[in-house]
Design a protein around this ligand. Structure first.
Ligand code: FES
Length: 162
């Protein structure tokens, strides 16, 4: 009895099957890589989703409210420190606008308003504006917009001391 150790010749059909399998595997790998890329949280320096360097502490007078549109927040300088308030209304998420003449944040969608600390003055907004963590380093104010902090109302501990 003799055994044939020669591999079977590659037929056209087998060649096409191999090629199709390789292309399918490549497509699955590409889709997986693309999905992972899009699922990554945004971490953009200086923009919403990253850490924003707002500037020097002394460039914000006490009582000032400064808008950072790219960061989607307002920086409020209180007597003892800073608050970074999200510009998203806590009702349905419309952008609120600071109205200096009325000294409040106003939501144009359903007329909610918030005071300078972000507390609700006028519903339907159910709670105070969210805040973003602040770090003061080398005399500069850094706002981390990666993680908004929900709160029911303003309390003095929320202020980052300057
Ligand atoms: S979204 Fe602001 S009041 Fe409705």
């Amino acid at each position: 009895m003799t055994t044939n150790t020669q591999p079977a010749p590659l037929t056209r059909r087998n060649f096409l099957k191999l090629g199709l399998g390789a292309l399918s595997s490549l497509a699955v790998l590409e889709m997986g890589a693309a999905s992972l890329f899009f699922m990554q949280p945004r971490r953009l320096e200086g923009e919403f989703g990253g850490v924003v360097n707002a500037g020097l502490v002394e460039s914000f007078p006490v009582g000032s409210v400064t808008e950072f549109p790219d960061g989607r927040f307002y920086l409020v300088r209180a007597a003892d420190g800073f608050l970074a308030l999200s510009n998203r209304c806590t009702h349905l998420g419309c952008a609120v606008h600071w109205q200096a003449n009325n000294q409040h944040f106003f939501c144009p969608c359903h007329a909610s308003s918030f005071d300078q600390q972000g507390d609700v003055q006028n519903p339907p907004a159910p709670r105070a504006l969210d805040t973003f963590p602040i770090e003061i380093s080398d005399g500069q104010v850094f706002v981390n917009t990666l993680r908004a902090e929900k709160r029911d109302r303003y309390t003095p501990e929320q202020v980052t001391q300057a």
